[in-house]
Write a protein that binds this ligand. Structure first.
Ligand code: FO1
Length: 332
């Protein structure tokens, strides 16, 4: 494995796919070179506890502590507390594990004592021995609202309780109007030598981060390469509702459709082989959009594949480091 010259990498991340990519990154670059800006639109209160699913998924994964099958939560989990709660509540659809509760209890207590989500997240990362910088996208409350025939749902209600059923007609980020990017978020973009969007849902994982003041402009302005890895393989996500959401919102359900959402700031787009196995069009369409295209294996079903994908992306952008911003045709 070649040792890469140290370069500061910033990733914008949502759920399991992003976390799977980041575990590969921290095996080839020092964690101290990595900053991760994490979506908090999925955050929700359960039984009075502040739960941040994407922050916890990234944290547990970078700590090598995540349940390897599920890609979220902790392994060998028990749910005795949740089962006991059924005596008092009926709404116990969100699978809070007993060991996972410790994180939510700590976060809730610290927030109640006046710590910001950034401070609590940094404390949790430190206590899990993580060297990377884990940044919530905002310290203010932003909540993704998914509209389907069943009504206006939180992301977890849509994804877990409704199992992503129903036609998505609209997605909103309630609170985004008054929310600020958390301390360090815009700086993590300006200070990066490489910015990566790992395979995450472009609507509800990357979308909220891009909607915060200053974030999208910083991505447009940076001279650093910005690389997005498609979250769809041959039109399907490995996990999650990205294809259903894109379809419901009238966006082409393909890697090219995802690229159109990022085309004002992304330079390089990573496709899985399966996207062009039967048809070269996706690559040609992306190149016509002015994007450099990497075609590789993006299905990270084990650690070696996470490392290989991270290696491919980082080495490609090292070779193509732009001399000046203009070297990458970018729409603004
Ligand atoms: N995903 C599920 O499909 N079912 C669950 O019951 C569930 C519980 C849960 C509890 C804590 C947590 O941090 C994540 C949890 N997730 C669950 C995953 C979550 O919905 C997201 O997919 C991941 O956090 C990735 O962002």
């Amino acid at each position: 494995m070649s040792t890469l010259t140290s370069s500061r990498i910033t990733a914008l991340a949502g759920g399991v796919g992003a976390a799977r990519f980041l575990r590969g990154v921290v095996r080839i670059v020092p964690g101290t070179d990595l900053s991760v800006i994490v979506n908090t639109g999925d955050d929700e209160e359960f039984f009075g506890l502040s739960v941040s699913p994407d922050l916890d998924t990234v944290t547990y994964t970078l700590a090598n502590a995540v349940d390897p099958e599920k890609g979220w939560g902790l392994p060998q989990e028990t749910h005795r507390c949740l089962a006991a709660l059924e005596r008092y509540y009926t709404d116990t659809w969100f699978g809070l594990g007993d060991a996972d509760l410790a994180t939510h209890l700590f976060r809730t207590q610290e927030l109640r004592q006046g710590q910001t989500l950034s401070q609590v997240t940094a404390a949790i990362a430190r206590k899990w021995g993580i060297e990377a910088t884990v940044l919530p996208m905002s310290n203010e409350r932003v909540r993704t609202v998914v509209h389907t025939e069943a009504g206006a749902l939180t992301f977890q209600e849509y994804f877990v309780k409704q199992r992503s059923e129903g036609q998505v007609s609209k997605v909103e980020f309630s609170g985004i109007e008054t929310a600020q990017a958390a301390p360090g978020v815009v700086n993590a973009i300006h200070g990066a030598d490489l910015i990566i969007l790992p395979p995450s849902n472009p609507i509800v994982s990357i979308g909220p981060i891009l909607s915060l003041p200053g974030v999208r402009q910083a991505l447009r302005d940076t001279p650093a390469p910005v690389v997005a890895i498609s979250p769809l393989v041959a039109g399907k996500p490995i996990k999650g509702p990205a294809d259903r959401m894109l379809a419901g919102l009238g966006i082409e359900v393909s890697s090219v459709g995802v690229a159109t959402l990022y085309q004002d700031f992304v330079d390089t787009f990573v496709l899985d082989w399966q996207d062009i196995e039967h048809d070269p069009a996706p690559r040609e369409r992306l190149e016509k959009m002015g994007l450099a295209v990497i075609v590789t294996d993006t299905v990270m079903n084990d650690m070696d594949k996470s490392v290989a994908l991270a290696q491919t992306v980082i080495e490609f952008t090292h070779q193509k480091r732009p001399k000046a911003a203009s070297s990458f045709p970018r729409r603004t």
